[in-house]
Unconditional design. Structure first.
Lengths: 308, 515
């Protein structure tokens, strides 16, 4: 082990002075421009820390000569995006909701806008895929409590369901047949049997036969003689495969005994009109949306205007 | 100088100033080969973006175009979409294997002739010579104090370099946009800022690398010399100094020779002979010829070298095998009436044989060895695979993304609905209408966002715009009876004479047994 650097004969370069089993290492000097690139990076970093926020202080940091902030950057990009969207939003605010389908480009913009708004406002109850859950309707299917054309959906969204203090809200009250003593436990059992039979979940049986008359007396007014439901009262269809609170005996018994009165916020006062329209378009696009058929003029005048 | 002192002192020098290299002009076979290579490579580089190619009404008419905003790559009759990027990967692999092949067969030919660093450095060197003169004039000018002439020459040189650099960067941008349009926009000052930025950056790098850093790029920055060190073997062609012929050099015994040949030394009246002429005269003497090698130590090989190395020290990382030292040495050998190629393209194996007095292998036998054949087969295999796949690829493609949230939706009559996002790539320059059908799901009905279940049928007609992707969200509904996860396929068929077709595997999901 030689500690003294020596000059390597063939290359004329000094060695580092160490030797391992006869192997030595050349101490080739680095090119000087390499050193200059180091100085250049140091100069760059100094200039950078002067121009941009850099040095931490006690409660904040130096703000930099350029005054750049990430927050300001964000606000600028949001403003730019809003400006970019402005024509679409203006067009959406002009067009009545039921005529939105006439312009497929506008419809597509509304759907995409609704998709984003849904993720913020609606997923808490209806889920990110709009499949809902017990008590929260699945918005993908073709079963609608209050109507599935885009105008009905828009009104549901804008005015909500069973919202106190809102005259236009959709509302109806199912009696609590058991709790209020209208039907006794056996009668409720028979009505449940009947409902499960018309929903084709049970074969006809004695209990269901006993429930037939009870259904006709107590339920058919809203739910229809054959269980086809009634959208005017938000009375669900009973003869289909979709259950909002479950179709097993236990869930149905609970429903008939204590009734269900689901609520949904009115979004009209909370969101801007264009966003509500976008949400209506998005929900309508999920696969169950129904075509809007214009009502007779007299009837249309009587209905509260959903387009706000 | 300082450097020399530093090298013999014990004090290690941490950083070394660049030793300026003033390569001497030379003419010869390899110099002419370099001219040809420069002409070809620069022509390809500057002319390619301006070639036109008719692609019909829906695609650009530039023969070679990298259309980044639209994610398309056009190369004459070939159009590559982003999902076909494996063609580019394949080309890069071919380039890599091709470099291995070239390296094991003819050494660092890439470095010496075709590498952009070599080509542009060469170009810059010629500019330098045109303004400053050849090697000696350049050295003289370098040492001269600053004055009007030196300032003017330096200004002119750097200005011309900058113009060449700007032209280099300028040509690059035309590969990425319609060349005539961009050229007009560029001059009018309305081109996208990226164009100016790219030209600026490439001007800076070309000027720095070609004008200032030059051989430093090859020696310090480029990984290729290191890789090639491992790729070369004893049968690879390299620029080789034939030590067995050249040694001992005349220079080493000059003093002895001077003592032996009094007429040279003694004739004080004659003009003293210097440098090369003296050495030529000395070495040509037949009495001396038997005792010395062919190398007269004239340093011609060193003075022409663009990386400033001495090839007589054997193979080294700084040698880019440009062959200019061969030209220089041949010239000297001609003047000495000695055989050419004291420095020449040769292999280590051949030189070992030649040193013993044997006959080297024939070039064909040297080229056709297992290693080069293996590289060639690999290279050709990848190439023909790519060509075959290019020739047989379909220009209509369907891909399906099944909606996962929710997987299925139960409808009021009990049927199950799944939804899918269908992407149909129409990769031809004409609009086509395709039929989308479901295979393997009997009784399935299909509709899109605009349609409804009532109007649904077994198939959907989808118009696809030319050279674009048509995206469609479709709903498929069928009965609840069936497996929980049923394999099925989407089939698209073009509604035209060719009836091009493509299919994609997917699944239909149903709720499980439990509800």
């Amino acid at each position: 082990m030689a500690d003294k650097p020596r000059i390597d004969e063939p290359t004329g370069t000094p060695t580092v002075g160490h030797e391992w089993d006869g192997i030595e290492e050349l101490d080739t000097p680095m090119p000087r421009w390499w050193l200059y690139t180091l100085y250049a990076t140091i100069a760059f970093s100094l200039i950078y820390t002067i121009l941009y926020p850099a040095w931490p202080l006690l409660n904040s940091a130096t703000s930099g000569l350029l005054g750049w902030t990430a927050r300001g950057d964000y606000e600028r990009s949001v403003a730019a995006e809003e400006q970019r969207n402005a024509p679409v939003r203006a067009a959406l605010s002009r067009i009545p909701i039921e005529r939105l389908a006439e312009s497929s480009a506008l419809m597509q913009s509304a759907i995409e806008g609704g998709r984003a708004a849904f993720k913020v406002q609606c997923v808490q109850c209806h889920g990110s895929g709009a499949v809902g859950g017990k008590g929260y309707p699945n918005l993908n299917d073709d079963d609608w409590l209050w109507g599935g054309n885009i105008k009905d959906i828009h009104q549901t969204l804008a005015e909500g369901i069973r919202q106190p203090g809102n005259d236009n809200t959709r509302t109806s009250i199912m009696p609590a047949f058991g709790r209020d003593g209208i039907l006794n436990a056996d009668q409720i059992d028979d009505v449940v049997s009947y409902v499960r039979v018309i929903a084709k979940q049970e074969r006809p049986n004695a209990s269901a036969r006993r429930g037939t008359q009870l259904y006709a007396d107590n339920c058919a007014a809203c739910h229809g003689a054959a269980g086809e439901g009634n959208r005017t009262f938000g009375a669900p269809r009973l003869n289909d495969a979709i259950w909002l609170y479950g179709g097993d005996r236990e869930a149905l018994t609970e429903t008939v005994t204590n009734a269900r009165r689901g609520m949904m916020p009115a979004w009209g006062p909370r969101l801007d009109p264009v966003t509500v329209k976008m949400l209506a378009a998005y929900v309508h696009s999920l696969g169950g949306g129904e075509a809007y058929i214009p009502e007779a003029p007299a009837a249309a005048a009587a209905t509260p205007d959903g387009s706000r | 100088m300082d450097l020399a002192k530093a090298r013999i002192s014990d004090e290690p020098q941490l950083f070394e100033a660049r030793r300026k290299i003033f390569p001497k002009a030379i003419d010869g076979n390899y110099r002419r080969l370099k001219w040809a290579a420069m002409l070809v490579t620069l022509t390809i580089y500057y002319v390619t973006p301006w070639l036109r190619w008719d692609r019909g009404a829906y695609a650009p008419h530039q023969a070679v175009l990298i259309d980044l905003p639209h994610r398309r790559f056009y190369m004459f009759a070939i159009e590559i979409w982003p999902h076909e990027f494996y063609y580019v990967a394949g080309l890069l692999i071919m380039a890599g294997v091709g470099l291995f092949l070239i390296t094991s067969a003819v050494g660092r030919a890439w470095c010496g002739y075709a590498c952009p660093q070599t080509v542009w450095t060469d170009l810059f060197l010629h500019v330098e010579r045109a303004i400053d003169g050849d090697r000696n004039a350049q050295i003289k000018l370098q040492r001269a104090p600053w004055g009007p002439v030196k300032i003017a020459k330096r200004l002119a040189k750097h200005l011309i370099w900058l113009v060449i650099a700007a032209a280099t960067g300028g040509a690059w941008i035309f590969y990425f946009a319609d060349a005539p349009t961009l050229a007009r926009q560029f001059v009018e000052g309305i081109a996208p800022y990226q164009a100016y930025l790219t030209v600026g950056i490439l001007t800076a790098t070309t000027y720095t690398m070609g004008g200032i850093l030059r051989e430093q790029v090859c020696i310090y920055m480029c990984p290729w010399p290191r890789i090639q060190g491992a790729m070369l073997d004893e049968k690879s062609l390299m620029v080789t100094y034939k030590y067995w012929r050249g040694e001992p050099r005349t220079h080493g015994i000059k003093r002895a020779a001077e003592a032996a040949f009094q007429p040279l030394q003694g004739d004080k009246g004659a003009a003293p002979q210097h440098g090369l002429e003296a050495l030529v005269a000395l070495a040509a003497d037949p009495k001396l010829a038997s005792r010395v090698g062919d190398c007269i130590d004239c340093n011609a090989c060193v003075s022409v070298c663009p990386t400033g190395i001495d090839i007589r020290n054997g193979p080294q990382i700084g040698c880019i095998t440009c062959g200019l030292c061969i030209d220089a040495c041949d010239e000297v050998m001609d003047r000495l009436d000695r055989p050419r190629r004291l420095i020449g393209y040769s292999t280590v194996a051949d030189e070992l044989i030649a040193a013993e007095g044997g006959t080297p292998e024939s070039p064909a036998a040297r080229l056709l060895r297992p290693r080069t054949i293996a590289y060639f087969l690999l290279w050709a295999g990848i190439g023909s695979g790519l060509l075959f796949s290019l020739g047989s690829r379909s220009r209509l493609d369907v891909s399906v993304r099944q909606e996962r949230n929710p997987l299925y939706v139960q409808l009021s009559d009990g049927t199950i609905r799944n939804s899918y996002t269908i992407n149909i790539r129409n990769m031809e320059g004409r609009p086509r209408t395709v039929t989308l059908a479901v295979d393997g799901l009997p009784g399935a009905r299909m509709w899109d966002e605009g349609g409804s279940r009532e109007s649904a049928g077994g198939t959907l007609a989808i118009p696809t715009p030319p050279d674009q992707v048509a995206r469609k969200r479709v709903y498929v509904a069928t009965s609840q009876a069936g497996p929980q996860r049923q394999p099925m396929r989407f089939v698209v068929t073009a509604r035209d004479a060719e009836a091009t077709s493509d299919r994609e595997q997917s699944f239909f999901e149903r709720p499980g047994e439990t509800r």
